[in-house]
Design a protein. Structure first.
Length: 154
């Protein structure tokens, strides 16, 4: 299983430990998204920074669409099927998405690919960036509903 993690809040006076954790994840700015495998270490990092991020289980279709639209390589060029065949063992974006979902590879395994997806702000906005998702906000764990948020942010 794989999590998609999106930074929702950004403010200058973040606690040092939380800021360091988000830097380790690669979430340095608002609306940045990363895809990480589910394990105990990542779960601990997500719990530490839960007041600034949202996360959930991403599906293969949404991940493939996100790689196709917002995936970038060095030089701010998009990731295409021709680029993948020349610089990796994969032939299509769907193959990459399937491998990432199955934890067989990561975005950094593709030569020149950036691990962070720079997304747009969501259409119709966030639900509110001060409360958890269970309380009507947009922070914390949201499960499979992360796919709806990502589609709104593409």
């Amino acid at each position: 299983m794989t999590y998609a993690v999106i930074r929702v809040r950004g403010q200058p006076d973040v606690n040092y430990n939380i800021k360091y954790t988000m830097d380790l994840l690669g979430l340095t700015r608002v609306n940045h998204c990363i895809v990480v495998p589910e394990n105990d270490i990542v779960r601990g990092m997500l719990q530490k920074s839960k007041d600034y991020i949202t996360w959930g289980e991403i599906d293969e279709k949404t991940l493939a669409e996100m790689i196709r639209i917002r995936g970038r390589v060095a030089g701010d060029k998009t990731i295409t099927n021709t680029y993948l065949t020349e610089n990796s063992n994969f032939k299509t974006v769907n193959d990459v998405a399937n491998a990432i979902i199955c934890n067989k590879c990561k975005m950094k395994d593709i030569k020149g690919a950036k691990a962070v997806f720079r997304l747009h702000p969501p259409i119709k906005g966030f639900e509110g960036n001060k409360r958890s998702f269970q309380n009507g906000g947009s922070l914390g764990y949201r499960g499979a509903k992360i796919n709806e948020l990502i589609i709104r942010m593409l």
